[in-house]
Design a protein around this ligand. Structure first.
Ligand SMILES: Cc1ncc(COP(=O)(O)O)c(C=O)c1O
Length: 438
């Protein structure tokens, strides 16, 4: 029997952490109001509760207009379409992100161009963008993740220079600010997700924000089966889809919005405390904080586990042991999308991959983004945001558990244990064994 819980020792923690999502009687009352109104969704569009919520949400981020939609994936698709993306256009995306950032590009029969991330932030490395720009490039799609932002100064400057649209994927950045401007409001459009694991949630949901009326009208038309937008100043007519949100979802989100900053403060303080406790531990690394990031959106807390310092004990071994100590954690949270098990590409399904080429573009074989690959397969550790909604005691448990596993890492090197196997499983396989997706 060892010291670690995974080898038979006593776990640091047996208690569950703060539950997620959070709800109170306020959500119940809001849902009751929608139920009794008999206006549950559909028309008018944007519908009443959805419109009220989307306006507040846009205002909070410093944008003029907001549209609440069905989920974050379609929010990106809508934003791309509103920005005028056409089949065959290229969109620059970070390699290290959720597949839902990239799938909308493919669905519009456009071509994703993967660029590596910055090792200090795990966000799109702005220094590498220019060399990926071609005459077909139409848009830049940075993703703000790991509690960091992509360098929006550099990105907007490049976009201006090359005449490109900027769409910010803010699925992890609700309430975050770059130079005091809200996430999604520095670029031309911002797309958000309200899926279960996000900082605000109605189970599913999404939003697009912009300060450009023409783009806003296009988002409405595209998300509402091609119908005219409310103001219809620009008279756009094109085929759209039904990407509307229900009034029930919007009612929940409207309540969640009121809690966003209060919860963020608790998380930020707890994350700062945890980081102070872990700083200086040999073999652990931390992302850098850019002073232009004036408000951190405290989504998943990310740090680095450096196996070289632990005689090669793998991240899966570290994480399996940490989970058994009672701390929910993840490593293969994202993969470089071009290598992802969730991204099998048949070029016949995506004709633009073959346009102007003898052979279809091989998205899997054409890329090697070393920082993204290292983050995905070697070092990145993701801790879910809800565990930071609790007390200092909770943070001490997390820190104690991490330090304990680091100290006794010899016990897990080479160990075959289901918790370790699970931590190294491909993401296509994991839903079979995971109760939750976050
Ligand atoms: C970075 C990123 N982009 C896009 C999405 C897509 O959002 P949704 O799951 O609401 O479709 C998500 C969330 O899952 C995400 O994390």
């Amino acid at each position: 029997m060892g010291k670690l819980a995974i080898t038979g020792g006593k776990p640091v923690r047996r208690k569950p952490f703060a539950p997620w999502p959070v709800y109170t009687g306020e959500e119940m009352q809001a849902l009751g109001r929608v139920l009794r109104s008999r206006n549950w969704g559909g028309y008018p569009f944007p519908n009443q509760v959805a419109n009220t919520f989307a306006r507040k949400f846009a205002r909070l981020h410093g944008a003029k207009y907001g549209l609440a939609v069905a989920n974050g994936t379609v929010a990106i698709q809508i934003a791309l379409r509103a920005a005028g993306l056409r089949p065959g256009d290229e969109v620059i995306v970070p390699a290290y992100t959720w597949e839902g950032t990239v799938a909308p590009i493919m669905l519009l029969n456009a071509v994703p161009v993967f660029v590596d991330v910055d090792p200090d932030t795990y966000c799109l490395d702005a220094k590498l963008i220019e060399q990926a720009i071609t005459p077909r490039t139409r848009a830049l799609l940075p993703v703000h993740l790991a509690m960091r932002f992509a360098d929006m100064d550099e990105i907007t400057q490049l976009a201006r220079k090359h005449g490109l649209a900027v769409i910010e994927d803010c699925a992890h950045a609700h309430g975050g600010r770059w130079r005091n401007k809200g996430a999604g409001a520095t670029g031309d459009l911002g797309a958000f997700s309200f899926q279960s694991s996000k900082l605000m949630t109605a189970g599913e949901g999404g939003a697009v924000i912009t300060s450009n009326l023409e783009f806003y009208e296009r988002t409405q038309t595209y998300a509402n089966c091609g119908r005219a937008s409310q103001t219809d100043k620009f008279g756009h007519r094109f085929v759209g889809h039904n990407y509307r949100i229900t009034e029930f979802q919007a009612a929940i989100l409207d309540v969640q919005l009121k809690r966003l900053e209060k919860q963020a403060k608790v998380r930020r303080a707890n994350m700062a405390y945890l980081e102070r406790r872990l700083q200086g531990t040999p073999g652990l690394g931390f992302l850098k904080r850019d002073p232009r990031l004036t408000r951190v959106a405290a989504y998943q807390y990310v740090f680095k586990y450096l196996p070289e310092h632990f005689d090669g004990a793998s991240r899966a071994e570290f994480l399996g042991a940490l989970e058994m100590e009672g701390i929910p954690c993840d490593g293969l949270f994202y993969e470089p999308v071009y290598r992802s098990s969730l991204f099998p590409i048949d070029p016949q399904d995506y004709p633009a991959l073959s346009w102007g080429r003898k052979e279809p573009l091989d998205l899997r074989g054409s890329y090697h983004c070393p920082v993204s690959e290292r983050a995905a397969y070697v070092e990145a550790v993701w801790l879910p945001h809800h565990i930071f909604l609790g007390s200092r005691r909770d943070m001490d448990d997390i820190a104690d558990a991490i330090l304990k596993v680091c100290e006794h890492i010899d016990e897990v090197r080479g160990l075959k244990h289901p918790a370790i196997v699970q931590k190294s499983m491909s993401r296509a396989e994991r839903p079979r064994v995971e109760r939750r997706q976050y």
